[in-house]
Design a protein around this ligand. Structure first.
Ligand code: NCD
Ligand code: ZN
Length: 344
């Protein structure tokens, strides 16, 4: 196949930050996606509807003129989130969900939840208002090996949440293991998952073998090959529970290439192109549209997009860095060739 036209996709898990980073990355996302679920892990976190609305305005300012892009806002769940903020969010058309970060699990998660059981009254309020809960599914126990943290979270915390809140809609964000895929598959229709391009493309050798590659370091960390294969099978299965969420997480190159580098891969420059390579390799390009353009919208009960994008098989070289607004961001596959590109 040389050309593929699909309904315009949405990105159901995206970090765009603020200021200079926002200005650099927003055009990349808006060029391909109609909408994106915007992660609230700013410093300080986006915890109120008022903050989400002002962040939304800042994002819209960074969208290039002529592109139609709608940011779908989320609020950061903390131990001090109030029931009234949850009902306010449920009534706000611009706020779609709450995000649960176990405290300390990832970048800017220190304001997250340290005792999930103590947050159960908040989860009950989300369930009552039919507000989706987006979960970073990793335990933060320092004694737990970093490669096991998702699986342990699934076995302990996630199973318990799902049992206690049978009506709560949950997205298990950026699943990385066969166990998480299995959990989502066997749960009811109200539980879904996003999958990133890096977890579909790479196993942990791409991070650690033959030299340490900081631009492949993200959380949850990239796992073994059999997990990658389980993720590809889920993404290309056509199952409506699995949908596109890049988790594109820009950091300045200097903070990634450091003795203690930040977690997060930047993929918004070529998101759909990266997924297209994975789907083509799995001989499943016919399943890309469902994964990228239908399943997420259906889960969030939003209309599917009406316009389309066309991918053409014309190789191009990813730049070594995006250096604008006095900042440099190293993208995934920097200096490498990609097979597909979006027709402008
Ligand atoms: C994300 C970030 O940088 O905000 N990093 C990452 O490695 N994925 C946070 C997150 O989604 O965990
Ligand atoms: Zn993320």
């Amino acid at each position: 196949m040389k050309k593929l036209t699909i309904t315009r996709p949405d990105d159901w898990h995206l970090h765009v930050r603020t200021g200079a980073i926002l200005k650099t990355v927003m055009p990349h996302t808006a060029r391909q996606f109609a909408r994106a679920i915007i992660m609230p892990n700013l410093k300080p976190p986006v915890t109120t509807v008022a903050q989400a609305l002002s962040y939304r305005e800042e994002i819209l300012q960074a969208v290039p003129v002529g592109l139609n892009f709608t940011p779908l806002m989320t609020l950061y769940l903390t131990g001090s989130t109030s029931a009234s903020e949850i009902s306010k969010a449920a009534e706000c058309e611009h706020v779609q969900a709450f995000k649960l970060y176990p405290a300390g699990a990832t970048t800017h998660s220190d304001a997250g939840i340290s005792d999930i059981k103590a947050a159960y009254p908040l989860l009950a309020a989300l369930e009552k208002h039919d507000m989706p809960l987006l979960i970073h599914g990793e335990v933060t126990d320092e004694a737990c090996d970093i490669f096991d943290r998702e699986q342990v979270f699934v076995d302990t915390t996630l199973t318990d949440i799902s049992r206690n809140f049978p009506e709560l809609r949950i997205v298990v964000e950026h699943v990385t293991t066969a166990e998480a895929v299995q959990f989502v598959q066997s749960a009811g229709a109200r539980i879904a998952a996003t999958i990133t391009p890096q977890h579909l493309m790479f196993n942990r050798n791409a991070l650690l073998a033959g030299g340490i590659r900081p631009h492949h370091y993200c959380l949850p960390i990239i796992k073994r090959e059999h997990h990658r294969q389980a993720l590809v099978a889920a993404a290309t299965s056509g199952h409506p529970k699995f949908f596109l969420g890049t988790d594109s997480a820009p950091h300045p190159t200097s903070l990634k290439e450091a003795a203690c580098g930040c977690a997060g891969c930047y993929s918004a420059h070529a998101a759909l192109e990266l997924y297209a390579e994975v789907f083509e390799r799995a001989d499943a390009l016919d399943k890309l549209e469902g994964f990228a353009s239908f399943h997420g919208a259906d889960f969030y009960r939003l209309p599917r997009n009406l316009d389309a994008v066309t991918l053409v098989k014309t190789p191009w070289k990813v730049p070594g860095a995006y250096s604008e607004h006095s900042l440099s961001i190293t993208p995934l596959k920097a200096n490498e060739e990609l097979a597909w590109q979006i027709q402008q």
